[in-house]
Ligand binder design. Structure first.
Ligand code: XMP
Length: 505
């Protein structure tokens, strides 16, 4: 006879946190959101790889490319570069993240000496940059000939046909530094010589980077940056259980710090085989997460197979239709709570802590707090990050409102059938996701600052300064459908939904 769960499976929306005592010492600025990313043993001093904030971006083409990875690592989180692309392209994205030097910019507004002032103004308009290096071929890594800033031209006195070579500040008058200069040294030169920017050149005098006074300041504003021992950004990458023997070596070579098997359903021999292959070829040097599962058995299977972390969630994603098409899945809150218990039980029995990640179904910022309180070590988000400038998808106008495109990896648009592989030569090909729009929300930095402040505030309301403390102290309550209504604005007419109003006489 089939097994029946006694309790209904629940979503985040059905829970609230009951506040606990807040000591005076517990204020949001003191809260640490550091959390383990990969497995570690009891007694080990520290987890070998931790996140500084409990957020990672989804392994999706509409979400996680190299630009997103840099933006999120800057804030203390991590992106998993999407795997539904050629091995070369994915490895190139990983490599770009690893080569990105915070505060060092490869010029995207480079001039050639024969360009006109009119073209300079056009480029300034398009890029928003007022400092533009001049190279012999107009390329970002050409031989440096000079720099143009607003101080080099006076529109009222000059013809728009004037040539760049006639009004630029020429190379011999520029202060430059060698390509190996550290950001701190570059900043010292900028200050000592009262500069706004400093070109970095190689020994052939080819431009390598530009550094700007303002970039050093913003770099200092990111104390949570996820950096490796060589001060490069930390980045993850998605893999599948089909071409891992070719993909994993390329990603490792490119510098990926952690991998994750991307699949809608992870309780399978394919995942075990993939992890075993990685262990056989790389031992524990390559970190690899697996998933997704929604119950105790699924977690134990992947933990015993050697997964470094386990992702939780089937069908809860905003663009997912797996539950509708296949009838499999589980409410995200219930799945998270059960798998968290299984992780703690596994830790008790083996002394090995395998972090878990609640993946999908996070709609409001407070859902992140709930997932952490329920025992998730960190969360994976797709829709949340897809809304930002840094996501790779197009920004469009829908009915007069800015939106970003966002599509599921199981949608016909993604055609990521490897994610839904059930073995055999021919894979299934029906859709498990949709193609959609999500409201454009601006920059990642601005949005994440608000989200993190909310999480820290909630933790303080529960008297917790760390995530483990939050988990221990959290008191969760199931809410009735009427108390959900009570929780929003109710029985009032919202002004922003009421366009036609006149003054009563
Ligand atoms: P959110 O809710 O953050 O969810 O947008 C992102 C997560 O959804 C999963 N995902 C899919 N699930 N069909 C599915 O059933 C799909 O097409 C699909 N694409 C992504 C994935 O776990 C992701 O992190």
């Amino acid at each position: 006879m089939a097994f029946y769960y006694e309790e209904p499976s629940r979503t985040f929306n059905e829970y609230l946190l009951v506040p606990g005592h807040t000591p005076a010492s517990c204020i949001p600025t003191k809260v640490s959101l550091k959390t383990p990313l990969v497995r570690y043993r009891k007694g080990e001093e520290e987890c070998p790889l931790s996140l500084n904030i409990p957020m990672v971006s989804a392994i999706m083409a509409a979400v996680s490319d190299d630009r997103m990875a840099v933006a999120l690592a800057t804030e203390g989180g991590l992106s998993f570069i999407y795997g539904n692309q050629s091995i070369e392209d994915q490895a190139a994205m990983v490599s770009r993240v690893k080569q990105h030097k915070a505060g060092f910019v490869v010029s995207d507004a480079t001039l050639s000496p024969d360009m006109t002032l009119e073209q300079v103004l056009e480029l300034k308009e398009v890029t928003g940059h007022s400092t533009m290096p001049v190279t012999d071929d107009g390329k970002p890594n050409g031989k440096l000939l000079g720099v143009v800033t607003e101080r080099d031209y006076r529109l009222s006195r000059m013809s728009l046909d004037a040539k760049v070579c006639d009004f630029m500040t020429p190379r011999e008058k520029l202060i430059v530094a060698p390509a190996e200069t550290s950001l701190k040294e570059a900043n010292d030169i900028i200050w000592d010589h009262k500069l706004n920017s400093l070109p970095l050149v190689d020994d052939q005098d080819h431009l390598v980077y530009m550094t700007f006074r303002k970039d050093y300041d913003s770099h200092k504003d990111n104390p949570l940056e996820m950096l490796d021992a060589e001060k490069r950004y930390i980045v993850g990458a998605g893999i599948n259980s089909r071409d891992y023997a070719e993909r994993v070596p390329a990603l490792v070579e490119a510098g990926a710090d952690v991998l994750c098997i991307d699949s809608s359903e992870g309780f399978s021999d394919w995942q075990k085989m993939t992890i075993e292959w990685v262990r056989e070829h790389y031992g524990n040097d390559v970190k690899i997460g697996a998933g997704n599962v929604v119950d105790r058995e699924g977690f134990r299977f992947l933990a015993e197979a050697g997964a470094d972390f386990v992702k939780v969630g089937i069908g809860g994603g905003s663009i997912c239709i797996t539950r509708e098409t296949k009838g499999i899945g589980r409410g995200q809150a219930t799945a998270t709570i059960e798998v968290a218990k299984a992780r703690d039980e596994y830790f008790e029995q083996t002394g090995i802590y395998v972090p878990i990640c609640s993946d999908g179904g996070i709609v409001y910022d407070h859902h992140i707090s709930l997932a952490l309180a329920m025992g998730s070590d960190f969360v994976m988000l797709g829709r949340y990050f897809a809304r930002f400038d840094e996501s790779p998808s197009n920004k469009v106008v829908v009915n007069g409102t800015y939106m970003k495109e966002y599509w599921g990896e199981g949608s016909a648009r993604a055609r990521n059938w490897g994610r839904y592989d059930l073995g055999g030569k021919k894979s299934l090909s029906f859709e498990e996701g949709v193609d959609s729009y999500v409201p454009y929300a601006g920059s990642l930095k601005d949005n994440i600052a608000v989200t993190l402040l909310k999480i820290r505030s909630t933790m303080c309301n529960c008297g917790a300064l760390t995530i483990p403390e939050f988990r221990d102290k959290a008191k969760l309550t199931v809410v009735s459908s009427t108390s959900i209504v009570e929780g929003g604005a109710h029985d009032v007419l919202l002004k922003d939904k009421t366009p036609y109003v006149s003054t009563a006489r």
